[in-house]
Design a protein around this ligand. Structure first.
Ligand code: GLA
Length: 752
């Protein structure tokens, strides 16, 4: 066994498992006395050896030991792969099972292992995948509980081309009694020291994915969600970076969870400075009855190692998620420049208004028109109609079909907004099926934005919504769907589940969401899906498996977007980040920024517009026409290039980032200055990622420069300055929200 396996090396005698693609190594072994798993190493690649016995550290300490007479067998002091509470480990466990006696003591011991070329799919769950058997290898470790018939299966996939390890866990009950899983993390790793900063993304509605970085402290630190969605508040991601790690250098471990529901991302530093990192479904509000003969598969988690700073980590996530998480025909297709009518009209529109916007849009070069909320039932505000997915003929007398035809006749694609998981009380659906609303009978149900949530843990509910959506999609030509989800779940309960299975509700709900997505994708593979949850309330890798792009935030202000998009890019590729140019004064913060600033920010994502373009001055329309042409010319580079963050909006007045093509012959650099500076010093922006020996043309008018000199010396902003005093003092030159955009193209000639 294992002969043809290149990325997974196994020392059969010592039962040591070494996953390595020559850039990273992940190493663990079976302990000889109790056959549990001991974690040995994760990081930059080390060479394989026939024994790693020297990595085992044991010490006699004043502690509880598993085996009588043995003073070194305390699990409290052993770095583990998948820890269990009890049997001498007192730290937070990765798995917790309640057995028929009521105890929660498991002791999982190694039984066997299996190897797979490529990566097996996770049934019913989003996951990264392999397209060709040679690009990944998977190891399954089977452990059996010493005291019950439950087996634990740990899956590890290593990729040839990505410095990432995918992990998930499966529990199987081979016994005669049901057991209850109270916790099952997707990944747990014990690091030998605690010299890290804890990095995560936090926020709220309209200020998602703000980067936060703090020194790791002794004890437990965590982020998570029990809101039924991954949430605006924390993203299912965390990183452990060395204190000296910057965007461009140093070690960092990134953990990302491919799931859209409740999650916990947690770090525990124990009294011996061991750092236990884990990520998985949040154990609060989770339990799962595992009946005899049944199995439970956790979602998947990804661990990334970079020795090249935060940018290095992000680039691994970007490549992996862009190429091996996003699926379907839109994965590699250039995404259309869209216009969405939400901020242009809100609920107040009719067919003529929509067509007027669409005609203007087509004229400017926009490619997709998206009809947002308000086209169904009698929805003129947010108090009604969710669940009644029938067109409102007062607004759209020709129906969705008629409107779609007219939009297509203008040469545009047509997209439609849905909020499939929701129900308003003022609907035919609620009158007919009041019990489909999530509620605990006899107790208060809270609303969010006047709406309630459908019980997607029930298959008949999912089936019904599928039928309603299918009726529209099969009748009208629809090229794009924006799938929204505008509130969290505050009273988790399903009237269809027995009381001892209510802990399954949240997970079953998300499985229902995934089922509906999958059915729609299978039936309508041409549709481009964009996920949304009041902006970025469910911007997570789980969603990316179904919807290649996601609306990053309801905040469309260019300055706020610098932070939101910078933070989002820590994990997610530009091809997934929905970003639009909107009107000024901005509808969320009232700020007035230039069209150029708004455009340059929105370029770095899936570019589009969200304002009433019919009211713009001719000059602005001309500018937009040119901006769209520029974007189309370079969108492949923006969607597929390597994104590099240069200056952080979390650290100062300036933000800069760039995107470089894989062959380094092209790049676009953007610089943003939020507040203007008087009597400014000389400034430079050092670039990254270029080919040192190549000579680059910068825009059309700048001097030619070599890659090494742009990296070492940088762009000189003084090039933009004038030596004419009258121009210097011109009022329009002294303004806030300045931006610069550079297009770099390598000439054929290399350095002599
Ligand atoms: C949410 C979305 C917006 C818009 C509205 C419609 O807030 O994030 O983009 O679709 O709902 O109600």
């Amino acid at each position: 066994m294992g002969k043809n396996f290149k990325l997974i090396k196994i020392n059969e005698n010592t039962l040591e498992f070494h996953l390595t693609n020559e850039k990273v190594s992940y190493l663990f072994r079976v302990m000889e006395n109790n056959r549990q798993l001991e974690h040995l190493y994760f990081g930059s690649a080390i060479r394989h050896r026939h024994s790693f016995a020297y990595l085992t550290e044991r010490e006699v300490r004043p502690s509880n030991n598993m085996f009588e007479g043995d003073h070194t067998s305390s699990l409290e002091h052993i770095k583990q792969e998948y820890p269990v509470l009890g049997t001498t480990d007192f730290r937070y466990p990765a798995v917790r099972i309640r057995y028929s006696k009521g105890d929660r003591i498991s002791e999982f011991q190694f039984d066997t292992y299996r190897l797979y070329q490529g990566k097996p799919a996770l049934e019913g769950l989003p996951a990264v995948y392999s397209e060709d058997e040679r690009e990944a290898e998977t190891l399954e470790i089977v452990l059996k509980d010493a005291w019950s018939d439950v087996s634990l299966h740990l899956f590890y996939t290593i990729f040839r081309d990505y410095d990432a390890i995918a992990r998930s866990t499966k529990l199987i009950n081979n016994g005669e009694y049901a057991v209850y899983i109270e916790n099952a993390m997707s990944l747990s790793i014990d690091f030998p020291d605690s010299g890290f900063d804890f990095i995560h993304l936090n926020g709220a509605w309209a200020r998602e994915n703000h980067l936060e970085r703090n020194r790791l402290l002794t004890g437990i630190q965590s982020v998570g969600s029990v809101r039924g969605a991954s949430s605006h508040v924390h993203n299912p991601f965390m990183a452990l970076a060395r204190p000296e790690t910057t965007e461009h250098s140093g070690e960092v471990y990134g953990f990302s969870f491919i799931y859209s529901g409740n999650f916990l991302a947690q770090v525990e530093v124990d009294t011996y400075q061991v750092t236990r990192a884990m990520i998985g479904i949040h154990p609060l509000e989770f339990s799962w009855k595992l009946e005899p003969g049944k199995s439970f598969q956790t979602p998947e988690a990804i661990a990334v190692y970079s020795g090249h700073g935060l940018n290095g980590m992000s680039q691994i996530f970007h490549e992996l998620y862009r190429n091996r998480l996003v699926r379907g025909e839109w994965r590699n297709k250039e995404r259309p420049v869209l216009i969405n009518n939400w901020e242009a009209t809100y609920f107040d529109f009719n067919e003529e208004k929509i067509l007027e916007i669409a005609r203007n849009a087509a004229d400017l070069g926009i490619e997709l028109f998206v009809l947002d909320d308000g086209w169904f039932g009698h929805r003129d505000d947010d108090t009604s109609s969710l669940g009644d997915w029938f067109v409102n003929r007062n607004k759209l007398p020709n129906g969705i079909k008629g409107l779609a035809e007219k939009i297509h006749a203008l040469g545009l694609k047509f997209g439609l907004w849905f909020e499939p998981e929701m129900i308003s009380k003022d609907t035919k659906l609620f009158t007919k099926h009041p019990d489909w609303m999530i509620h605990v009978p006899g107790k208060r149900v809270s609303h969010g934005r006047n709406q309630f949530v459908l019980d997607f843990s029930r298959s008949e509910v999912v089936d019904h919504i599928f039928e309603l959506m299918d009726a529209i999609l099969s009748e009208a030509r629809i090229d794009y769907i924006k799938w929204d989800m505008n509130r969290y779940i505050s009273e988790p309960y399903s009237v269809a589940l027995p009381s001892d299975q209510q802990g399954e509700f949240f997970h079953r709900y998300i499985l229902g969401v995934y089922t509906l997505y999958e059915r729609l994708i299978q039936k309508y593979p041409h549709i481009l899906f964009e996920s949304c949850a009041g902006g970025g309330g469910r911007f997570d890798p789980g969603m990316l498996y179904y919807a290649p792009q996601a609306w990053a935030s309801d905040d469309t202000d260019a300055v706020e977007r610098l932070k939101i998009q910078y933070g989002t890019s820590l994990v997610y590729p530009l091809s997934s980040i929905g970003s639009h140019v909107s009107a000024v004064p901005n509808h969320q913060v009232g700020r007035i920024t230039s069209l150029q600033m708004r455009t340059n920010v929105a370029y770095f994502g899936t570019f589009g517009y969200e304002l009433d373009i019919t009211t713009l001055e001719a000059e602005e329309k001309e500018q937009i026409r040119r901006d769209i042409a520029f974007f189309k010319e370079h969108r492949k580079l923006i969607q597929e290039g390597r994104f590099i963050r240069l200056l952080s909006p979390f650290e100062g007045n300036e933000t800069a980032w760039m995107v470089v093509s894989e062959d380094r012959t092209e790049a676009i650099v953007a610089h943003f200055e939020v507040l203007a500076k008087p009597n400014r010093p000389y400034e430079r922006l050092r670039l990254q990622g270029l080919s040192e020996g190549k000579k680059y043309q910068i825009n059309e008018d700048k001097p030619l420069r070599y890659g090494d000199d742009l990296i070492q010396i940088g762009l000189l902003f003084g090039e933009n300055f004038t030596d004419r005093a009258d121009e210097y003092w011109a009022k329009e030159k002294r303004k806030d929200f300045n931006t610069r955009l550079y297009y770099l193209k390598a000439l054929d000639e290399e350095r002599e």
